[in-house]
Design a protein around this ligand. Structure first.
Ligand SMILES: [Zn+2]
Length: 416
């Protein structure tokens, strides 16, 4: 007998499954949301115990205090997974936002000591409590917008000691968060001033900090900004090798502004995902497809900064798994929530609305190494569920900015 403490029924249910195995979705499956009309999802103790359609749920036992609800034909789908954010910062960058007009300017602003360096200063000057309060608010805002799993990177400390401080603050934020946080050590974001003349020494120090990251269980993955004039492949190779040896996943900002061969490199070293990839070469895309490594598209930064967005069709036709993320950060993508990322993924990158939903759920789960646990409404997965105020999920892409997220459940508990 199935026992449930949460049943949402009478739904247009997007299961995002089932597939025969746990691979990320490509090809025809990349646009298949597994829709079931008159569907239901039932959960117990934070885990999904059944999904289906019609009235079979009537046989289930409702435990005392269970929430049993007819959603009246509205869309019920997996909570969004946001696999790439930089939420851990203080200070806003209004000036830069107001004056910057093109992608090329980003590297110039950076060279002039602005850009990321402004955020680094503000974050260092903020107290632990101030940073924690900001993290709490931003994680809460993401949950309100339907995100039930969010990756958050360090990266505004630059120097290893400051990065460790951010990771420890993230650990505290994670412990109390209503949704799941996947923490990433962004070890090489930009070269900090004390190391200007010695990037090898910087990478050695950042690599050494890995020991403490592992000892204190501060992160699941290590990230680096592999870009012309920032860090090249040879710079970051020892860092990534050490990360893998220590049992951490590897991910990277790859070929965002220039093709530096980072997508193919991500494939070679077995990265968890390759992110941005707007300038990935045809070879890089083929390599990602062969290795079935998710390309995480970040249209928010293209939208805000004004450079060319990644062309999703290049990845979809090559059978690269495509994921979407908000890339929330104060410099290039102050974008809130996955519905906007979905809308931009469609309007800027050329995904279909259903491909964008796959990219924001199950494929994003794979981009975080959680493809078997979240991202789909299937028996045995965590009960991360969103109810939309519509009976057509394509509205997510179409009515940009509309308040469509009506209810959010994380591990079976209502969080928004
Ligand atoms: Zn980023």
């Amino acid at each position: 007998m199935i026992e449930a403490d949460l049943i949402l029924r009478g739904a247009r249910l997007l299961t995002l499954g089932p597939l025969k195995d746990e691979r990320p979705r490509v090809g025809v499956a990349a646009g298949d949301v597994g829709a079931v009309n008159d569907g239901f999802v039932a959960a117990r103790d934070g885990m999904i115990v059944a999904t289906g359609h019609g009235r079979t749920h009537e046989r289930f036992t409702r435990v005392e205090g269970a929430l049993d609800k007819d959603v009246g034909g509205r869309v019920v789908m997996p909570g969004f997974v946001d696999p790439h954010t930089h939420l851990c910062y203080a200070g806003e960058r209004w000036e830069e936002f107001a004056t910057r007009r093109s992608g090329a300017d980003y590297l110039a602003v950076l060279a002039a000591g602005g850009g990321i360096h402004a955020t680094v200063r503000a974050t260092r000057e903020a107290s632990d409590d101030q940073v924690l309060a900001l993290l709490r608010r931003r994680i809460g805002d993401a949950a309100e917008l339907g995100t039930t799993t969010i990756e958050v990177k360090s990266g505004y400390g630059l120097e290893p000691e400051e990065e460790l401080r951010q990771l420890r603050l993230l650990a505290r934020a994670k412990a109390e968060a209503p949704i799941d946080i996947a923490v990433t050590y962004l070890a090489a974001h930009a070269l900090p001033a004390p190391f200007t003349d010695d990037r090898k020494r910087f990478i050695r120090e950042a690599t050494k900090a890995l020991e403490r990251v592992v000892d204190e269980k501060l992160a699941e993955a290590v990230d680096a900004f592999v870009e012309k004039g920032v860090f090249d492949i040879e710079d970051v190779r020892p860092l990534f090798n050490a990360a893998k040896k220590a049992g951490l996943a590897v991910t990277m900002h790859a070929d965002q502004l220039n093709d530096v061969g980072a997508s193919a490199f991500a494939a070679r070293i077995g990265a968890r995902s390759a992110d941005h990839v707007a300038h990935a070469s045809a070879d890089g895309i083929r390599a990602l497809a062969r290795a079935q490594i998710p390309a995480v598209l970040l249209p928010g930064s293209a939208f805000f900064v004004g450079y060319a967005p990644p062309e999703a069709r290049r990845f979809i036709t090559a059978r690269v798994p495509v994921a979407l993320a908000s890339d929330h950060n104060p410099g290039t993508s102050p974008l809130e929530g996955m519905p906007t990322a979905i809308a931009l993924g469609v309007t800027l990158c050329g995904l279909t609305p259903h491909e964008a939903i796959v990219a924001a759920t199950i494929n994003a789960a794979h981009a975080l190494g959680r493809g078997g646990r979240i991202g789909a409404l299937l028996h045995g997965r965590r009960a991360d569920i969103v109810v939309l105020d519509t009976d057509d999920e394509r509205e997510l892409a179409y009515r940009m900015g509309a308040p469509l997220v009506a209810e959010v459940y994380a591990a079976g508990r209502r969080v928004a």
